[in-house]
Design a protein around this ligand. Structure first.
Ligand SMILES: Cc1cc2nc3c(=O)[nH]c(=O)nc-3n(C[C@H](O)[C@H](O)[C@H](O)COP(=O)(O)OP(=O)(O)OC[C@H]3O[C@@H](n4cnc5c(N)ncnc54)[C@H](O)[C@@H]3O)c2cc1C
Length: 438
């Protein structure tokens, strides 16, 4: 039932980060929740660690299980019934397949990540943030129901009304409490078209001031931003999207009123809604063609309090080397409202506004350099922590249990209780280092 051939084991020893390599004893590709439950019970009898693998886009071994069992969820990738306000999908489905199924019905998930070849379960387990988060929260907050296999091999269907403790633990629970085999996701009306404005700024303080303004105008539907390496220094960019029906274009004067961007350099394009989310796939094709998609990706993602964001970025720009970002790298920087996050285990800073601050680096393919950048990530993470910020734990940072206790703060006892209840033998997702065994 389990694959132990070299090719399968090699594939499951790697991830998108290419920083950590842990070899499992076996890989299993289930076709149903019952298969997943049987596999977990099989591992339980042997006290073997277990990790689910979606699309393998972790950057630090989070879907690896040394000498354990990797459950490759790609066989459960179906997108089932699309209803008026929800869709049912398998735990291995990608956001691309969800969008492709929903759009013909004029529907979309309320929040999409920038890149859609991520598994639904992989992002729901972490949070799932994107350009619509400022309005609609995280992907983990837009889940109606989950079917989960616990660390004891039990299949449980949970929602806000049924087994709510498991529902609250699994959403943004970093795969510590169960494997998602099926998810019911919220859908909303999809726009036909997007007008995407790309606005340039002289510096990051002017950029974030406008992002805060855009957050509160109620005029925009999509809001992101990035600071990109550029031959003339760093380039500060805000992306603003406005949804519209094809026969009724939006009023740009109204959208852009009062902003302080360098208007002569602003660009606007009209895109079918689906195209907005294909931009990273195009980048992927470029990087694959250049052979650099397989290079190390020491990415760091965090949420920073509004009050600390500007000064932190000043420090980052002064200390980080542009060359380590590569041609396509960037510091992703955009605001969201922590109050919109309704999955209890998501950790966000206090305050009305927080900024996603991500170091998306494409350094040269040099293991020593990658190692140095992971160490820098630790320094940056400690700084962010000191400023009241939180790690977005899809990052290339090694975390110890004391780090996790700090991360969860007053929620740590609830996390421990949920672990004891749903994965008492600490089988699931050892790659997070949250509940080390042995
Ligand atoms: C190019 C790129 C762009 C990205 N853009 C964004 C973005 O815009 N927003 C954002 O929030 N994140 C983004 N991410 C980060 C991404 O959300 C996380 O890395 C996510 O965990 C990846 O899920 P996966 O299935 O692809 O990866 P995997 O490595 O397969 O899985 C990730 C984690 O989820 C667990 N998991 C997988 N399947 C299941 C399951 N069925 N049940 C329970 N746990 C499971 C794994 O064990 C692992 O711990 C991006 C990553 C990449 C590489």
């Amino acid at each position: 039932m389990h694959a132990t051939d070299q090719e399968s084991l090699d594939a499951a020893s790697e991830d998108f980060g290419h920083l950590i390599r842990r070899r499992p004893a076996a890989v299993y590709r289930p076709g149903s929740a019952r298969d997943v439950a049987a596999a977990v019970r099989w591992a339980l009898e042997r006290r073997m660690p277990v990790a689910a693998r979606g699309q393998g886009h972790s950057v630090y071994g989070r879907s690896q299980a040394e000498d354990g069992l990797v459950i490759d969820m790609s066989g459960l990738c179906g997108v089932h019934a699309v209803e008026a306000d929800h869709v049912t999908v398998g735990g291995g489905a990608t956001w691309q397949s969800v969008l492709d199924a929903a759009l013909p019905h004029g529907l979309t998930p309320p929040v999409l990540t920038d890149y859609l070849d991520l598994s639904v379960a992989g992002t729901v387990s972490a949070g799932g943030v994107g350009g619509m988060t400022f309005r609609s929260g995280f992907q983990s907050c837009n889940v109606v129901k989950l079917e989960v296999v616990t660390g004891e091999g039990e299949i449980v269907t949970c929602s806000a009304d049924r087994h709510a403790e498991l529902f609250d633990a699994v959403r943004a629970g970093l795969s510590q409490f169960g494997i998602i085999t099926r998810a019911v996701l919220r859908l909303v009306r999809a726009p036909e078209m997007v007008r995407l404005h790309t606005l340039l700024y002289p510096d990051h303080r002017t950029m974030t001031a406008d992002q805060r303004r855009l957050l509160s105008t109620g005029q925009v539907d999509y809001l992101e931003g990035a600071i990109r390496p550029h031959p003339s220094g760093w380039q500060h960019v805000v992306e603003v999207g406005v949804w519209y029906p094809a026969d009724s274009p939006p009023d740009d004067d109204r959208t852009l009123a009062g902003l302080s961007d360098i208007r002569a350099q602003a660009e606007s394009v009209d895109l079918p809604y689906r195209e907005l989310f294909q931009r990273l796939s195009k980048l992927e094709s470029l990087l694959r063609a250049a052979g650099t998609w397989q290079d190390p990706h020491p990415w760091l993602h965090s949420f920073v309090p509004d009050t600390a964001a500007d000064d932190l970025v000043t420090e980052l720009l002064a200390t980080l080397g542009q060359e380590d970002f590569g041609e396509f790298g960037r510091i992703v920087l955009y605001p969201l409202r922590p109050a919109h996050a309704s999955s209890p285990l998501l950790r966000l800073p206090d305050g009305e506004i927080a900024f996603l601050c991500s170091l998306v680096q494409f350094p040269a393919n040099d293991p020593e350099l990658a190692d140095k950048l992971v160490k820098t990530n630790r320094t940056v993470y400690d700084r962010i922590r000191g400023l009241g910020g939180c790690l977005y734990p899809v990052s290339a940072v090694a975390l110890t249990q004391p780090d996790w206790k700090h991360h969860y703060g007053p929620l740590w006892p609830a996390v421990e209780n949920a672990k004891t209840r749903f994965d008492p033998h600490h089988l699931l997702t050892p790659g997070q280092g949250m509940f080390p065994t042995g």
